[in-house]
Design a protein around this ligand. Structure first.
Ligand code: AHG
Ligand code: MN
Ligand code: MN
Length: 339
């Protein structure tokens, strides 16, 4: 039979029929994200050939040095969102304040977006997988007015859709609109994202633990003991488990989603809320994890998606992946009362 893959657009239309009153705006928005993703994909692929590797020379609001690709991805996605006319504003990891689109079309639209335009900055210059993470909400403020901070400070459970693009050995888009987690792979020969897995399901038990062990001495006692547990021999749970850590959340999560595993970015003495950002990283990943049958918490029994943000750049300790592994890690955390 001739090669005729199902494209992202076909699947979006198919899934839209589950929402009889949908006007197709969300579908169009996802298509715009796919276009921006292809532009970034092209740039990432040529990274060693064009002048895009290296530092931009600025420090962003997170206190992190911006890379040229951080800036390129941020601008590409922002431009695409505004051009879509379906987005009223964006909160980006790279911008201190929310970005308000006040042109006639955008101001009347009902969606806002939170994004990490380029995740895994430290891997940009060394040809290791990086990503883009996005999260879509319905605004709270009335359409026709400029969006306000409160539009972005909604708990993750209010997400309408979320996803990531991973620029890896192939470029993939994984997204959810609450109907399961669906994975697409970019076929560069036709320039389209094509269906890979309609309903991605993560194993309840896994054998991979992913954590930056270089920070070991700064970890809470519960996390230290959980790491020891991962390394101990046990036939029934097939331990010792294996350690895998890329340093790009998108890539670490994607691998664990498929193979089964746990990703932890805990609090440390210096950073009581860990490193990862609730709006741009943890909420969208948590939504995808849950939709695939996994779990995402702050390590102390609190579901990530239930946290009400108070600040757009807020950070949170992050434990996500296979349900039984997250439960086990939390068991150790509870034992020492988060010490
Ligand atoms: P970003 O590049 O968007 O700032 O995110 C980097 C994040 C995340 O991708 C990764 O899981 C984590 O930082 C790695 O941090 P460490 O280098 O401290 O392990
Ligand atoms: Mn990131
Ligand atoms: Mn980033």
């Amino acid at each position: 039979m001739a090669y005729q893959p199902k494209t992202l657009h076909e699947i979006i239309i198919q899934q839209q029929s589950a929402f009889p009153y949908a006007k197709g705006e969300l579908s169009r928005l996802l298509s715009h994200i796919a276009i921006a993703a292809k532009i970034v994909h092209k740039k990432v692929n040529k990274a060693g050939l064009v002048d895009i590797l290296g530092d931009a020379g600025n420090v962003n609001v997170q206190g992190e040095g911006q890379k040229l690709l951080d800036v390129f991805a941020n601008e590409t996605f922002l431009r695409s969102f505004q051009a879509s006319g379906i987005v009223a504003g964006v909160a980006s990891e790279e911008n201190e304040n929310i970005i308000i689109f006040d042109d006639n079309l955008s101001v009347n639209s009902k969606y806002v977006i939170c994004m990490d335009p380029l995740d895994g900055s430290s891997n940009i210059d060394v040809n290791v997988s990086i990503g883009t993470i996005f999260s879509i909400y319905r605004r709270i403020s009335p359409a026709g007015q400029k969006v306000v901070n409160e539009d972005f400070l909604q708990p993750g459970s209010k997400q309408v859709a979320a996803g990531y693009i991973i620029y890896g050995s192939s470029t993939m888009m994984v997204y959810t609109t609450g109907l399961g987690t669906t994975g697409f792979t970019l076929d560069p020969s036709i320039g389209e994202f094509c269906l890979s897995t309609l309903e991605m399901k993560t194993p309840k038990d896994g054998k991979i633990y992913s954590i930056n062990e270089g920070n070991y001495i700064k970890f809470p006692r519960g996390v230290k003991d959980f790491i020891k547990y991962c390394q101990e021999k046990d036939e029934e749970t097939k331990r010792p488990w294996t350690s895998r850590y890329i340093g790009s959340l998108v890539a670490d999560f994607h691998r664990n989603l498929i193979k089964g595993g746990i990703f932890i970015y805990p609090k440390t003495e210096q950073s009581p809320n860990g490193k990862l950002r609730l709006l741009y990283e943890c909420n969208p990943i948590a939504f995808l994890a849950e939709q695939a049958g996994g779990k995402a918490t702050d390590g102390l029994g609190n579901r990530i998606l239930d946290i009400k943000p108070t600040n757009i750049h807020q950070r949170v300790p992050f434990y996500t992946g296979s349900t039984n592994m997250v439960d086990k890690a939390e068991e150790f955390m509870f034992k020492y009362h988060n010490l």
